[in-house]
Design a protein around this ligand. Structure first.
Ligand code: HEC
Length: 226
């Protein structure tokens, strides 16, 4: 690991610890800017309006990005960083990416859950709003399932090394990564996963900087799977 990567890893770990330390009491909900997403009206929908087959890939990608930040600020302290549950609350990656899963998701998002007078989960409907709710849903359902990268570890490590040392043809490597990215499965049944492989592809813009960032994304992703 380079110092830089180690720095990022440490920062991520610290951010995680800080969030956890905030505990599960009255933590102020973090506002979410959803201006970049199309409006969905006043009435609460029962199906995710931001799937790629409805709004196109660009808006879908925006929803994933906004949902990522919104989830990790508001939900991760109970449901786990990156939607990998530590056992405190259910693992949300398994909610089916279809109307049935959506309806259940939205019911909990809006109203939370109270048992015997104790709030196990606060409601977020009024404070964050519907657009943020669906953006988080879009992010959650695109998480790769456990072990989704295992079959590709050896090749991804080799590609990472080539990108990190400036070897290989970045355009060819990008094509190969894009192909691998489509094979990474979700647990929700959503057709596309937002894995580190997809993130690496997004970084590859033909510049040396892009290759470096892609290599870093792969390094972090590969270390997280072990
Ligand atoms: C204070 C901890 C806490 C926070 C913060 C929290 N949740 Fe929960 N959540 C829970 C618990 C506990 C349950 C299990 C409740 C139950 O038994 O049904 C749950 C259940 C759920 C469920 C139902 C899952 C299932 O499989 O039945 C969804 C969906 C959900 N939460 C979404 C969210 C989202 C989205 C956020 C952030 C906007 C969030 N939660 C924030 C604690 C939390």
């Amino acid at each position: 690991m380079t110092h830089f990567i180690r720095g990022i890893a440490a920062a991520l770990a610290l951010a995680g610890i800080a969030t956890m330390a905030a505990g599960h009491g009255d933590v102020a909900p973090q506002p979410v800017n959803t201006d970049a997403l199309p409006d969905v009206g006043e009435e609460w929908l029962i199906e995710n309006p931001y799937r790629a087959d409805k709004v196109g890939e660009e808006i879908w990608a925006k929803a994933v990005e906004i949902g990522d930040s919104a989830y990790n600020q508001n939900c991760a302290r109970c449901h786990g960083l990156g939607v990998v549950s530590g056992g405190l609350a259910p693992d949300l990656r398994f909610l089916e990416a279809a109307e049935y899963g959506d309806e259940w998701y939205m019911e909990r998002f809006q109203h939370g859950y109270t048992q015997d007078g104790t709030t196990k989960m606060p409601g977020f409907g009024e404070v964050l709003g519907q657009k943020a709710g669906w953006a988080i849903r879009t992010y959650v359902e695109t998480r790769p399932e456990d072990g989704a990268l295992d079959a590709h570890t050896a090749r991804l490590t080799a590609i990472r090394d080539e990108l990190a040392t400036g070897g290989g043809d970045p355009a060819k490597l990008k094509e190969e990564l894009a192909a691998i990215s489509t094979e990474v499965q979700t647990a929700s049944g959503a057709p596309v996963s937002d894995s580190v492989v997809r993130r690496a592809v997004l970084f590859l813009d033909g510049t040396p900087e892009g290759s470096k960032h892609a290599a870093e994304a792969l390094t972090i992703g590969l270390s997280a799977t072990h």
